[in-house]
Design a protein around this ligand. Sequence first.
Ligand code: SF4
Length: 236
Amino acid sequence: MLITEIYKSLQGESTYAGLTCVFVRLTGCNLRCTWCDSEFSFYGGKKMPVDEVLAEVDKLHAPTGNRQLATVNCLVEITGGEPMLQEREVVPLMERLISAGYTILLETSGERALGAVPKQVIKIVDVKCPHSGAAETFAIENLKALGPHDELKFVLSDRADYEFARDFVREHQLSERVHAILFSPAFRKDASGARDASHCLLNPAELAQWILADNVPARLSMQLHKFIWDPAAKGV
Ligand code: SF4
């Protein structure tokens, strides 16, 4: 499979935010979101067989070779790009990681079918809103593939995006289908330097007011890594 990078950091999003995690970033994406911060993963990459990816994950997870010392956090996120473009290889990778005892998060846009994803994998599905530049790409039949441990994310850049997300959540009764619904203000993709909310395209305080006013069963989700490190930093 084509891999852009494998690294260890803190999980920045989802209900797993703040936990140690090994990230496996696959190369290639078929969407072009206006606020994408992973454009470096669109092209290039290194061909790696599943065994090599597993060995790298193990090495990062337990550098001493003693996995017992690292059993508290066995989190691995498969991300991209869009990982499901490499379904033929990424599904066996996820199965091998599960067998090895890891907890797997899969970050995906939900544009590709998710039916083949092993049921133990926690899917973090990023449903694209109108101003993402990739509106209406979520495959609605993927709602059937969602389970009670999965999470749905909406990255919002303005009021229209918020209203789309709010109505989508209500229409499909998402709070009864998944573990968490995340409303996340989009970050400016050229943001660098200061690590503060002024880089958000949508003011988080305004978003908080809207969520409260409408009683939306969503949690306000900030990208933790943009506040810990320089927002332009890669591999964090
Ligand atoms: S789906 Fe993800 S990787 Fe692809 S363009 Fe959108 S934000 Fe970037």
